[in-house]
Design a protein. Structure first.
Ligand code: ATR
Length: 256
């Protein structure tokens, strides 16, 4: 049996073990997916090598720290500044970022749009990379404007202050802040800022329907849930681990 797992602190909430173990059954792979819950990533990486683990999903707060334990890092992950997937092969550890691919997939039909990206943290960096890859015209708004400026300069986007939203007139709004994540029930925007012509994507997926998504539906907007991005980032991880393209419908059925 080869081991894989999610490394985080905490990571008890992760849906990955259930998802991956079901996929191993489905594809008859002699693997087991577990949780490596530890306060530091160094010892987890050491143990993963000792037990010849096949790979790791890396989550909060290790997506940056893990980078110093890798032999090679994919170009997109380097630009985003975060690794969420580690593949062990031939005694080497390879780092990837599948978060941006998960964000890109459900937004691909909106390439070239005018987008407002709310937030400037780790999730926002992956989102900025995805939106740039889709040739969008992006303005990053953040509560702390200096962080919006830093991310905008690093990714070639524009930036502004939170209050600038009403002057932006976007086709697409992506929430990459943590506002709305359980137990917070807030929304990053006022209801009157949502117009029916907008597509609203919330990268928060606990709960699946956030206050922002509920308000956007009420306003007649097209909405994209954060769970969609999880589906596609997991699909990409499975491809990196095993070279198998799992249909997104299979992943959705398991998560339902
Ligand atoms: P993550 O890995 O989820 O991106 P992060 O790097 O801590 O986490 O970033 C959290 C983001 O949510 C930041 O953009 C943060 O804004 P600041 O840079 O001003 O801190 C944003 N955020 C969190 N709580 C917020 C709140 N109550 N109002 C506005 N923005 C908030």
């Amino acid at each position: 049996t080869r081991f894989l797992g999610v490394a985080g602190w905490p990571c008890g909430h992760s849906k990955s073990p259930v998802l991956f173990n079901r996929l191993f059954e489905h594809y008859r792979l002699n693997c087991h997916y577990t949780r490596f819950e530890a306060p530091e990533i160094g010892p987890v990486m050491e143990m993963a090598r000792l037990i010849s683990a096949k790979g790791l999903s890396v989550t909060i707060p290790f997506k940056q720290d893990v980078m110093s334990y890798l032999d090679e890092i994919d170009e997109a992950a380097q630009k985003i500044g975060a690794v969420n997937t580690v593949v062990f092969a031939c005694g080497r550890a390879y780092g990837w970022n599948t978060d941006w691919i998960g964000i890109r997939k459900p937004l691909a039909h909106l390439s070239g749009s005018r987008a407002v990206l709310l937030g400037a943290g780790g999730v926002a960096a992956a989102a900025a990379y995805a939106l740039r890859d889709l040739d969008m015209e992006i303005i990053i708004l953040n509560r702390t404007p200096e962080k919006a400026r830093a991310l905008a300069e690093r990714t070639g986007c524009r930036f502004g202050a939170w209050d600038d939203f009403d002057r932006t007139n976007p086709d697409l709004v992506v929430n990459a802040t943590s506002i709305g994540m359980q137990p917070d029930t807030g929304s990053p925007l006022r209801d009157d800022q949502l117009k029916k012509e907008m597509t609203v994507c919330d990268l928060v997926y606990t709960p699946p329907v956030t206050s922002l998504i509920a308000a956007a539906r009420k306003a007649g907007c097209t909405t994209i849930l954060g769970t969609e991005t999880f589906v596609y980032q997991a699909q990409e991880q499975f491809r990196l681990f095993f070279g198998i393209d799992v249909p997104d419908t299979t992943i959705r059925e398991i998560l339902a």
